[in-house]
Structure formats: C-alpha cells, structure tokens
Design a protein around this ligand. Structure first.
Ligand SMILES: [Zn+2]
Length: 163
C-alpha cells in the first residue's frame, strides 16, 4: 500500500516497537499484517468420522481437509460450504467455529469449522481425486498430509476424546 486509504496522502515508512509499518499524518497506520483467509471444515458423517480430500495436480496424493479461499462478498461459512461442495460433492450444515491456524510465511490463516454432512456424494472435479473418512481409530497416513496446517489440525482432532 502506497497511499493512505483514508485520506489519499502518500504513506511514510516508520518503525513502531521493532515493526516496520507505514503511516499517514492523518493517523492511519498500515500494520503490514494482511493475510489470506481460507475457510476449512472438518465434516462429520453419521458415524462421527471426518472427511479428508485427496488432492490432484501439484500436490497429487496429498491429503487435507476440504476448504479454500473466501471470495470477497462471501461469509466464511458460505466459503466453507462452497469449498466443501466443490472438493467433495458433499453438502454441510450446522457449522461451528472450531479453531484458527496461522502460517506467516504464506500469509495464510485457516478459519476452521466443524460441520455435519447433510447430503451428497463424491463428484469428479479438478482439485481432488477422492475422499476418505477417518477417526482416532482409523487415522489417515500422516506421511501424506499436505502441509503444516493440515498436520496441526489433524493433531488437534486426534487429541480429542470424542472423535
Ligand atoms: Zn491519511
């Protein structure tokens, strides 16, 4: 950001508490902490098993949870439902906020919901080749997880009593 979004003046670079920031004489501060928001869901079936998606493309064979970037104008819940449907063919409802995960090197924040699967079946798509269901008794292959946020979320789920 070069210009102040409030008054339009050129921002000046400054340092506050060891953070390089940009600020304006009107009082506006750009904290340089923007992130991309991804809405992710842990979707349970009737047997209390949660769904994971098996990826295609660059991450072929890797496993993660259904989710993706929120479009502007969409609520995070709407994004979670849309992404789940696109990647798995399943409709979800009864979303409850579970946890938030951050990954600064990718400027990425995962907003994770727990949700109930209310219908659907796997549909061929460009992002995933299949889905699978897991629980503490039937965990996925940890060596195939997509990345550190998938690992962190899965670990949290595995350490719960009720999965
Ligand atoms: Zn300003």
């Amino acid at each position: 950001m070069i210009y102040c979004p409030v008054c339009g003046k050129l921002l000046e670079v400054a340092e506050i508490e060891n953070h390089k920031i940009k600020r304006c004489s009107c009082g506006y501060i750009d904290w340089d902490n923007w992130v991309n928001l991804s809405a992710v869901s842990v979707c349970y079936n009737d047997r209390n098993e949660f769904m994971m998606v098996h990826m295609k493309g660059k991450s072929k064979g890797k496993l993660t949870f259904p989710g993706g970037f929120r479009n502007l104008g969409e609520s995070l819940e709407e994004a979670a439902k849309r992404e789940c449907f696109e990647e798995s063919g399943h409709s979800i409802d009864h979303l409850k906020l579970y946890k938030i995960y951050t990954k600064d090197d990718l400027r990425l924040v995962w907003v994770v919901y727990k949700a109930k699967i209310v219908g659907g079946s796997f549909i061929e798509n460009n992002e995933t080749e299949m889905i699978s269901f897991h629980s503490v008794k039937n965990p996925p292959d940890f060596s195939k997880l997509r990345g550190s946020l998938t690992e962190a979320l899965l670990n949290d789920l595995m350490n719960e009593d009720n999965v």
